[in-house]
Structure formats: structure tokens, C-alpha cells
Design a protein around this ligand. Structure first.
Ligand code: ZN
Length: 211
């Protein structure tokens, strides 16, 4: 199986895959990878791109359906149920990450607002948004590690980004057996950004709205 990233001027990053099992070209929307075009191994990638162009309208609408799903509470979920789950899950996870990577924070509070996923005060208090329960674990960990890094650097300068990127690279290699983390690998490998983990995770997080 081989893969290639194609940048579509309108749809953005598209993953082209060659499959020995595929008999025809297909397009699907993957929750993390976005648009995935699969072509039989003997078909050139360019035919996958042409096929996508002929289904552009469908792909645009399918992408919108996926993002619409991410901007609403899941069925049966309320802010209060999110809060209860967040209180049970986020402080222990922050403790684990802080211990593993050598951070000391003061206290952690679960908040509900629509302005930020988390924050860190100069007194070393960390606030985490209950909306973090709606995003996949790698994105949740990303926010927790981002706030922990603020214990060392209170701004978003180069030193902050150097440390956070290194931390994320370590964290992803510590989760080499975890599918949720592995799903980000193709995007990470294709990224030419200076801080690929930060860039790819930030971009993915933008698909979720704070509710
Ligand atoms: Zn920050």
C-alpha cells in the first residue's frame, strides 16, 4: 500500500492511496484523515485526482456533514454530562502527563467557556474546558501538554514551540501502538511545517467548535 498527499485548491489536503484489493476508484471521508481517494494499484494517482474533480460537489458536501457533526453535542449528551465526565477524566490525565514529562502545576479547574480549550495562569493553575471530552484523545493530550508547557514559557514564542514540539514528538512515539495516535502519522509525515505536530494537531482541532 502506498500513499501520497494531494493538495486540492478548494478541498485542501487529500490523501491518495493505492490498494491491491481495490477494483475501482473510490472516495470516502475519514474522521481524522479527511478526504481519502483509493485507486487500484495499477491506476495512476492522476486518475484518482481526476475522479475527485468529477465528484467535487459530493466531496464538499460530505466534508461539511462531517464538520457539522463536530459542531453539535452528541446524541444524549448535555453540558452537565460533559462536565461530569471532564471532572472524572481530565485531572487524572493531567497528573499522568505532568508526572511523565516532569511538570509541576498548582491546581486544575474544569471550565466551560467558548473562548479557549484551556489556559495556564502565572501562578501555575491550569484551566481545562469541558469540551475537551468531545475531541479524540491525541487532541485532548495536545491541549494538556500545551498548557503544561506554559508552566515553562508563558508566551507562544520560539522556546515555547521548541519545547512543545519535542514533547509532542516524544508523546506520539510513546503511543506507537495506539491507533488514535497512529491515524495522524500520514499527515505528520507529509507536513513540511517547522513544528509539524503542533501544526497538524492545531489544524485538526479547528474542526471542533467550542459549545
Ligand atoms: Zn497557549
Amino acid at each position: 500500500m502506498s500513499e501520497k498527499i494531494h493538495i486540492d485548491p478548494e478541498l485542501g489536503e487529500v490523501l491518495l492511496r493505492k490498494s491491491v484489493r481495490a477494483r475501482r476508484i473510490s472516495i470516502r471521508i475519514h474522521p481524522v484523515r479527511g478526504i481519502v481517494v483509493t485507486v487500484p494499484y495499477w491506476v495512476p494517482y492522476s486518475m484518482g485526482v481526476a475522479f475527485l474533480a468529477s465528484r467535487r460537489e459530493w466531496a464538499r458536501e460530505a466534508l461539511q456533514r462531517v464538520s457539522a457533526r463536530d459542531s453539535a453535542l452528541p446524541e444524549g449528551e448535555s453540558i452537565e454530562s460533559l462536565r461530569a465526565r471532564a471532572k472524572a477524566a481530565l485531572p487524572p490525565r493531567l497528573r499522568v502527563l505532568a508526572d511523565r514529562y516532569g511538570f509541576k502545576y498548582n491546581r486544575v479547574v474544569i471550565k466551560h467557556n467558548t473562548s479557549n480549550w484551556g489556559s495556564c495562569s502565572t501562578k501555575g493553575n491550569i484551566n481545562l474546558n469541558l469540551n475537551l471530552m468531545r475531541v479524540p484523545e491525541p487532541l485532548r493530550d495536545y491541549i494538556l501538554l500545551h498548557e503544561l508547557t506554559h508552566l515553562h514559557h508563558s508566551n507562544h514564542g520560539p522556546k515555547f514551540h521548541d519545547e512543545l514540539e519535542q514533547l509532542l514528538a516524544d508523546h506520539f512515539s510513546n503511543h506507537a501502538d495506539d491507533d488514535a495516535f497512529q491515524a495522524f502519522l500520514p499527515a505528520l509525515m507529509a507536513s513540511r511545517a517547522q513544528y509539524p505536530h503542533t501544526r497538524v494537531l492545531e489544524r485538526e482541532l479547528k474542526r471542533y467548535r467550542l459549545l
